[in-house]
Design a protein around this ligand. Structure first.
Ligand SMILES: Cc1cc2nc3c(=O)[nH]c(=O)nc-3n(C[C@H](O)[C@H](O)[C@H](O)COP(=O)(O)OP(=O)(O)OC[C@H]3O[C@@H](n4cnc5c(N)ncnc54)[C@H](O)[C@@H]3O)c2cc1C
Ligand code: SF4
Length: 327
């Protein structure tokens, strides 16, 4: 085990200043990702961990058109919130489909959005070729075997999946992430927060070193919307998605007035299926429309032998989710 210093900041400004000033410092929230990578896998070795869990960043505030969630609110707290159950049911479903109740009681919303990939090569320090861990070394997953990997937004340099369930629903909702840095605050739409790997897989988000997620704003679904989160996985609980779909629709006279689609288990980033939403807008709510939306959603996949099955599985997952919300 590598030693590290544990620090509790007095307030967000001090936390930001401490991490920003020290390239070897990092934030610690619930620790369910961070401590695995440091203590169990030995993949990262920050010299200083700044605990954010006692900062005044916990809590849920309900507004007229959106809900504001503090970054240190736990997954379980958000899932138990009555407004989320009523106005954002598929967010609740996505939360409860993730990890286990013990983990969800520790894991925070900020940490969930920033969880690291489950790529087995990334988490195995004996594997030399990993551009995300060590830029320029290559990608062991592309040579395979690979299975729990991405087919959308991937490149020859990295096919690592973003494994969050929550982020799939949030990305479909135009969620906004609020950040605090040493020079001020900024708000970034979640659809612009994550970066596809390209030839720099080690850069995963627009976050600057030391920037802190303080809260997120989740807009409510339109009145009358129906939503669902469908997660397909190898076993019924405590398992990451092979594929998933977060879908919300507003129906009018048998047609889809508006549809939102997020896909999980397939993207290097939580995937907003804009092209599928285009197909759905104004179209009759029938199997033909759903299949056309699924074809539009999964375009130009980057596949390796072990991930080829995901192309059809992702389409069927979306079709089934659409049947569920329109049925
Ligand atoms: C066995 C297991 C199964 C799991 N299954 C699922 C699953 O099915 N679905 C799913 O979605 N997730 C799953 N997870 C992932 C889990 O949800 C994440 O580990 C968790 O949400 C991370 O939150 P945390 O508070 O523990 O973050 P930490 O581990 O403390 O931190 C994670 C990262 O976020 C950074 N960070 C944390 N908070 C902030 C902040 N406010 N601002 C800036 N940076 C911050 C940290 O520096 C670190 O890089 C699983 C995890 C495990 C261990
Ligand atoms: S897929 Fe990405 S994280 Fe996995 S081995 Fe390749 S470069 Fe590393």
């Amino acid at each position: 085990m590598r030693p590290f210093e544990y620090v509790r900041a007095a307030d967000p400004a001090q936390a930001v200043a401490t991490v920003t000033a020290d390239p070897a410092a990092a934030y610690l929230a619930g620790g369910t990702t961070q401590l695995d990578l440091i203590l169990k896998d030995g993949i990262i070795s920050p010299e200083r961990l700044v605990d954010v869990t006692r900062l005044p960043l916990k809590g849920i505030t309900v507004g007229d058109t959106s809900i504001r969630v503090g970054a240190t609110t736990t997954m379980e707290e958000l899932a138990a919130d009555p407004t989320v159950a009523e106005r954002l049911p598929f967010v609740r479903e996505a939360l409860l489909a993730g990890a286990s109740v013990q983990l969800r009681n520790m894991a925070t919303i900020g940490g969930n959005l920033l969880q690291r990939t489950r790529c087995r090569y990334y988490r195995d320090p004996t594997v030399a070729a990993c551009n995300k861990r060590q830029p320029g070394t290559g990608c062991a997953a592309v040579a395979g075997p690979a299975r729990m990997h991405a087919i959308l937004g991937a490149s020859e340099h990295c096919i690592a999946l973003h494994a969050s369930d929550l982020a799939v629903a949030l990305v479909a909702l135009d969620t906004v992430v609020h950040l605090q840095g040493t020079t001020g605050t900024r708000a970034v739409p979640l659809t612009e927060f994550y970066l596809e790997p390209g030839d720099t897989p080690n850069v995963e988000t627009v976050l600057q070193h030391g920037e802190l997620i303080t809260q997120i704003d989740i807009p409510f679904l339109p009145e009358g919307a129906r939503s669902t989160y469908l997660k397909v996985r190898d076993r019924a609980s405590y398992e990451f998605a092979l594929t998933s779909a977060a879908v919300a629709v507003v129906l009018e006279d048998g047609a889809i007035r508006e549809g939102r689609v997020g896909l999980g288990g397939v993207g290097t980033v939580p995937w907003r299926a804009w092209a599928a939403e285009e197909v759905l807008r104004g179209a009759p709510a029938n199997d033909q429309t759903f299949r056309a939306a699924a074809e539009a959603a999964v375009q130009n996949p980057f596949i390796v032998a072990g991930t080829a099955f995901k192309v059809e599985l992702a389409k069927r997952t979306l079709v089934r989710a659409l049947h569920t919300v329109t049925g």
